[in-house]
Design a protein around this ligand. Structure first.
Ligand code: 13P
Length: 244
């Protein structure tokens, strides 16, 4: 199964989001069997869900709190994401880890909360440049995936996003992606041994229509989690076409 997910981060207002969805749907065919998702900012969830879900495109939250409700000003809960039309939620994006202090311990709770509310977690993992330069890439990925020892098995997508490749125009080399994805697959097999969960592993970090075909040729690359290029419906539709 191939998957292409747009992460809009903190971009677009409602008129822009509507124009994007209408343009995308004009180019979109769901015949390829590729799972397509959009993770808009919270204020756009209802609007985007109403427009794209009838066409089979999934909507993801960009984060979700582990508690179902309570005094957590500025946060959003998993049932609120469901109510707004989400079927999944990005968890552990490096920008959440870097700028908002997201920890693996908190993520384990969030993954369990997502399952409890029937949301598919798209767990993002990846090393910083300093960690790669220090030869710690696989150790970091193993640590980030070790939350699965705590959560136990469940439905999941994983995105490998090297932090140094996000928004920089510098995507990882094929050999680096191959090594990371093979390692992630082995770790997932260990954590999910004896279960039937099929976990697609997406690559993220400066994915464009120019670079995506080569990435898709790499074993264990099931698709992409796309930031900058996902804000252009023409480019995003092309990425979906390439995956299909
Ligand atoms: P870019 O595609 O802009 O590098 O962002 C990747 C990303 O962070 C997707 O979650």
């Amino acid at each position: 199964m191939r998957c292409v997910v747009a992460n809009w981060k903190m971009h677009l207002a409602s008129d822009e989001a509507r124009a994007f969805c209408e343009d995308l749907l004009g180019r979109f065919t769901s015949e390829g069997g590729t799972e397509v998702g959009i993770a808009p900012p919270y204020t756009l969830l209802h609007l985007v869900s109403a427009l794209v879900r009838p066409k089979g495109i999934q909507v993801f939250g960009q984060n979700g709190h582990a508690e179902a409700k309570g005094a957590f000003t500025g946060e959003i809960s998993m049932p609120q994401l469901r109510d707004a039309g989400c079927s999944g939620v990005l968890l552990g994006h490096s920008e959440r880890r870097q700028f908002f202090g997201e920890t693996d311990a908190a993520l384990a709770k969030k993954v369990k909360a997502a399952w409890q509310w029937d949301l598919l977690p798209l767990l993002c993992i990846g090393e910083s440049l300093a960690q790669r330069d220090a030869g710690q890439t696989l150790e970091v990925l193993g640590q980030q995936l070790s939350i699965l020892a705590e959560t136990g098995p469940g439905p999941l997508w994983v995105a490998y996003e090297p932090v140094w490749a996000i928004g920089t125009g510098r995507r990882a080399e094929a050999a680096q992606v191959r090594e990371a994805h093979a390692f992630i697959r082995a770790e997932l097999q260990r954590h999910l041994a004896g279960t039937d969960y099929q976990v697609p592993i997406l690559y993220g970090g400066s994915v464009t229509p120019e670079s995506f075909p080569e990435l898709l040729d790499i074993p264990e690359v099931a698709g992409g989690l796309v930031g900058g290029a996902s804000l252009d419906p023409r480019k995003f539709a092309e990425l979906v076409r390439q995956a299909g």
